[in-house]
Design a protein around this ligand. Structure first.
Ligand code: FSX
Ligand code: SF4
Ligand code: F3S
Length: 366
């Protein structure tokens, strides 16, 4: 097999018969995909030529596997491209062929051979209650901490891994937590959503693996490139909101006319995510465009913070301003600083309601 872990991305492509010319095309497309200026193509080429492919370990805890299900529908980059070219996906309970002891042995081998070099992706919240979920006879929290110890960075995909999600909703019977509650000595990047937008997951992973840096993060450790604006900022129904035209019930005349869904409980004004821009299923549509209010799935505590279909008590008088976030990167070496910031940020998230969380992002606006 050509999948020598020490191969660079370029070497992997070369062994697959990709010409030098096509490599340049791939590098150019990758630069655009990562949201970088065209002038950065040379840097991306250098990274792809010199950086060994990085192993990824993907752990599942309390989840519905919707995040893994969603990532298989990523189109740019596709999951196939990510796995074949850019990363070595060494452990993923749903996608790997191995099972049982064989799978566990593969994970242990990667953790030992690439200590300090692999990226850990976590899906699902982590139960900490006594006697709760165990895998292979081991407590979930131990499995997390063991894998986190040797990781250069951790990506929490989905609201469950980032903020606790559904399992942590009241009464939280398993005492479930997001990863950044439990791992405080490593950079933890939150990619929330229930599930997250597939391209947001693949691009965040690709950014770290190809550039070797962390993306710029907001106060909830979400990549600013995707979470700097509210859903409301770019909503297709925004003109109706501004004109005071609302649907009052599903199926009424306003609903049929495509009016704003605010009175049906839409959390778009207080939810930071890129749904209106990237959309879902290769740009086909997204919840509000398809006729459903935004549930706030990328914010902390979204299951507990008010009814999904309850209109909020008052309109937002000063809608947030859109801002194009730069993709300026912070080196992985800065990870220790980010890890230190995790503690303060997670405390903020614990006490935030979706209505409060955006205030934490105010500094991101101009
Ligand atoms: Fe949670 Fe992921 Fe929601 Fe499901 O597995 S973020 S329940 S869509 O998919 O963890
Ligand atoms: Fe769109 Fe919801 Fe904002 Fe209305 S309240 S404009 S439906 S995001
Ligand atoms: Fe989630 Fe709202 Fe987008 S519910 S998928 S953040 S429109």
């Amino acid at each position: 097999m050509f999948q020598n872990k020490n191969d660079t991305i370029y070497e992997v492509l070369e062994k697959r018969g990709i010409s030098r010319r096509d490599f340049f095309k791939i590098a150019t497309a990758t630069t655009a995909m990562l949201g970088l200026e065209f002038t950065q193509v040379g840097h991306v080429i250098a990274q792809m030529e010199t950086k060994p492919r990085v192993p990824v370990i993907w752990l599942h805890f309390q989840d519905c596997t919707g995040c893994s299900e969603a990532i298989t529908r990523s189109y740019n980059p596709s999951l196939e491209r990510l796995i074949l070219n850019d990363v070595s996906l060494d452990y993923h309970e749903t996608l790997m062929a191995a099972a049982g002891h064989q799978a566990e042995a593969a994970k242990q081998a990667t953790m030992q051979a690439y200590a300090g070099q692999y990226v850990l992706v976590v899906e699902g919240s982590v139960p900490t209650g006594f006697g709760m979920t165990s895998i292979g006879g081991r407590a979930a929290v131990d499995i997390l901490k063991e894998a986190a110890d040797g990781a250069m960075a951790i990506i929490s995909v989905g609201n469950c891994a980032a903020f606790g999600g559904i399992p942590a909703a009241k009464p939280n019977p398993t005492n479930a937590h997001g990863v950044w509650d439990l791992v405080t000595d490593k950079p933890v990047i939150n990619v929330p959503g229930c599930p997250p937008i597939p391209e947001v997951m693949t691009n965040t992973i690709a950014h770290i693996l190809i550039l070797g840096t962390l993306p710029e993060l907001d106060k909830l450790n979400r990549p600013k490139m995707f979470y700097a604006q509210t859903v409301h900022d770019r909503c297709v129904r925004r003109g109706f909101y501004d004109a005071g035209l609302y649907a009052n019930s599903f199926g009424d005349e306003g609903y049929k006319a495509g009016y704003c869904l605010f009175k049906l409980g839409c959390k778009g004004p207080t939810t930071y995510n890129t749904c209106p821009s990237i959309k879902w299923n290769d740009g086909t549509s997204w919840p509000v465009e398809a006729g459903h209010p935004c549930l706030g799935c990328s914010e902390p505590q979204f299951w507990d913070a008010g009814g999904f279909y309850q209109g909020q008590s008052s309109l937002i008088d000063t809608p947030s301003l859109a801002v194009a976030a730069g993709a300026a990167a912070v080196g992985v070496v800065a990870g220790a600083g980010i890890a230190a910031a995790n503690a303060a940020n997670k405390r903020r998230a614990e006490h935030a309601t979706p209505a409060q969380a955006p205030a934490d992002n105010e500094e991101d606006k101009s």
